[in-house]
Design a protein around this ligand. Structure first.
Ligand code: PMP
Length: 288
């Protein structure tokens, strides 16, 4: 039996899981989403994902037809129906079917979709050897235009950046904001280690406030590593001792080269590897 997809309270076979071509998620990217993990049958940082989803929805004036508890239950039953214990979960809420016009208030049938699937992670050697990044010329969305804190269905800003990465022959890239400050990767947050301190860009520069990012900040403090949010430029990246990316799918992934400059000695650094191990322990021991 194939994968089952949840749409508005019903489970469909993957091939039969369909929504309208008039759905505003398709027409305009009008909706919000979350990428979530389940480890050993437990949804990792579920409350944080629900809170972020509802905050994104509120920002775009989209009313989610289910409560956080009901949504969590819907995720659980979809995982169960698919017999999945370790999974990547994609939870989407679109504004639903409308006319071809732009006015969102002419439409009031949000669609809730839950896709649960096995993971497609970066290959193992990327974790062992580290990633190479380039800074891309596509500027991260300005917070006063489409705030990156809203996890919306419109990812074209990130996709344009990803195209640049592919064209440069690397897997990932760093996006700057319109003032030249480092924001994040195309779908991951960025950290550096400098003189024993852990630094990451603050929300105001224009980033998605990652849930993995918050966990890593907590873990660093537990390990007595000072962890701060700080504005940074490309110079800070080039002169960093260590660098890594964080995200739900990637977890913690070392970065060893940025714009053809080695980060530190060009190998994954000790603090990065320690945080990677702590993160995996926390995720898989279900102490979240
Ligand atoms: N930034 C962007 C733009 C993202 O899409 C994501 C999610 N993949 C992240 C950062 C990381 O967030 P999280 O740790 O919550 O997955």
């Amino acid at each position: 039996m194939g994968l089952k997809i949840y749409i508005n309270g019903e489970l469909f076979e993957k091939e039969d899981a369909r929504i309208s071509v008039y759905d505003r998620g398709l027409l305009y990217g009008d909706g919000v989403f979350e990428g979530i993990r389940a480890y050993h049958g437990k949804i990792f940082r579920c409350k944080e994902h629900m809170d972020r989803l509802f905050a994104s929805a509120k920002a775009i004036m989209l009313e989610i037809p289910l409560s956080k508890e009901e949504l969590t239950e819907a995720i659980r039953s979809t995982l169960d129906a698919n017999g999945l214990r370790d999974a990547y979960i994609r939870l989407l809420v679109t504004r639903g079917v409308g006319t071809l016009g732009l006015d969102p208030f002419e439409c009031s049938n949000p669609q809730v979709i839950i896709i649960t699937d096995t993971l497609s992670l970066y290959p193992r050697e990327h974790y062992e050897q580290g990633l190479e990044l380039v800074t891309v010329s596509t500027v991260r969305n300005h917070p006063n235009a489409l705030n990156p804190r809203i996890k919306s269905l419109n990812y074209l800003n990130n996709i344009l950046a990803k195209i640049e990465c592919s064209q440069a022959g690397v897997t990932e890239g760093v996006m700057l904001n319109s003032d030249g400050y480092v924001t994040e990767g195309t779908a991951d947050n960025i950290f550096i280690v400098k003189d024993g301190r852990l630094l990451t860009p603050p929300a105001h520069v224009g980033i998605l406030e990652g849930i993995t990012r918050a966990v890593v900040m907590e873990l660093a403090r537990e390990a007595d590593i000072e962890a701060l949010e700080k504005d940074m430029t490309r110079f800070d990246l080039y002169s960093a001792d260590e660098c890594f990316l964080t995200g739900t799918a990637a977890e913690v992934i070392p970065v060893v080269r940025i714009d053809r400059r080695d980060v530190g000695d060009g190998r994954p650094g000790p603090i990065t590897l320690r945080l990677l191990e702590m993160f995996r322990n926390q995720a898989t021991n279900n102490t979240n």
